[in-house]
Design a protein around this ligand. Structure first.
Ligand code: CP
Length: 357
């Protein structure tokens, strides 16, 4: 298999957020992912483009999709992935949280792994980041500061860039791969869960929908506002394209006439530092429980005009969405989004970990 145009295209770069790159580069990643998906479905399951290269996969949190799509993806590119559970090593930690012989400074972990391999991917949010919103992202930035190999963000408390890329690929595919998403209404909506989920997915999805030119609607009950700087960036991208940007507080109003709806849970930030003096998980859960009617049903989707349904997974059945929608709605992109994690991550790994001949 000859080497593709995208191998080493961004050699040595980190991938911490999609907004670190311009719109043209995002389209290039999506084009590479499209080509990789076509190859995959033609039966090409292994190339040697990343021969001899290792990606370390450091998880402070659980995962099904992210862990397995990264590990499978690096193998399919000819490299290997090594899973590291944060509690099975000296826990990589910022200077203020060091405990002798229990933790290891991130600046040292990053430099050690840089001596062995070709990339470090990290997931950290929620309890692992002490529920201080922004701390997970700060930790990933610390890895990137000290690593001499690419650092990839597998989800922190602000961004989940690879999920958003996979979702963008699914949205473009659903429409037959138009040039961009101009004129398409893309709704990122709150949906109820009894769990506490980070802001990373709704923020990253709203950003990428705006980067691709969609009319972006964000729907949530009071108290579930996204971060101000993320909203400002979404606005900036929609202004660039001349597309719409609205925040509404009613799920049905937001869904009306949408091309895509992306309803999922996130936590009300006012219960957590730096927006609150203490971490109040019980208060957040009690507050969320007032909004159990924010659930996606078949009736709701039909009333809205049958938009494409999207969710990053894992979806909380009976809370965020009904079984019927997940199991039988004909315009659900749920499993396509999950599959696309493999393709977009292979695209970025080939770009940043690969070398041009
Ligand atoms: N969507 C996503 O990141 O899934 P996992 O938590 O299973 O990795």
């Amino acid at each position: 298999m000859s080497e593709p145009w995208f191998l080493g295209y961004l050699e040595g770069k980190h991938w911490l957020t999609n907004v670190d790159y311009n719109i043209d580069t995002i389209f290039k990643v999506l084009q590479a992912a499209k080509e990789l998906k076509e190859m995959y479905h033609k039966g090409v399951r292994k190339v040697n483009w990343l021969d001899g290269k290792t990606l370390y996969l450091l998880f402070y949190n659980k995962s099904l999709r992210t862990r397995n799509s990264f590990q499978t993806g690096i193998y399919q590119l000819g490299g290997q992935g090594i899973y590291i559970a944060a509690d099975q090593v000296y826990r990589p930690t910022l200077p203020e949280d060091m405990v002798p012989y229990q933790t290891e400074a991130i600046r040292d972990v990053s430099r050690v792994l840089s001596r062995y391999g070709s990339g470090i991917a990290i997931r950290i949010y929620g309890d692992a980041a002490k529920w201080i919103i922004g701390r997970g992202h700060k930790i990933i930035q610390e890895f990137a500061k000290w690593a001499s190999i690419p650092v990839l963000n597998m989800e922190d408390d602000i961004y989940h860039p690879f999920q958003a890329l996979a979702d963008a690929q699914a949205a473009l595919e659903a429409l037959g791969w138009p040039k961009d998403l101009r004129g398409k209404k893309f709704v990122v909506s709150y949906a109820y869960s009894g769990g506490l989920k980070p802001l990373a997915v709704p923020q990253s999805v709203a950003l990428i929908a705006a980067m691709l030119g969609a009319d972006v609607y964000i729907a949530h009950p009071p108290g579930f506002e996204l971060l101000d700087d993320v909203l400002a960036k979404v606005k900036q991208y929609t202004e660039h394209w001349g597309s719409e940007f609205k925040v509404v507080h009613d799920m049905d109003e937001a869904f009306e006439g949408a091309t895509f709806v992306y309803p999922k849970a996130w936590s009300p930030k006012g219960f957590f530092p730096p927006f609150n003096n203490v971490v109040d998980k019980e208060g957040a859960k009690a507050y969320q429980a007032k909004f159990k009617d924010w659930i996606v049903t078949m009736e709701r989707l039909e009333k809205a005009g049958k938009p494409f349904y999207m969710h990053c997974g894992p979806a909380d059945r009976g809370q965020e969405v009904t079984d019927e929608v997940l199991d039988s709605y004909e315009k659900s992109l749920y499993f396509e989004e999950a599959e696309n994690r493999l393709h977009v991550q292979k695209a970025v790994m080939a770009m940043v970990m690969g070398s041009k001949k």
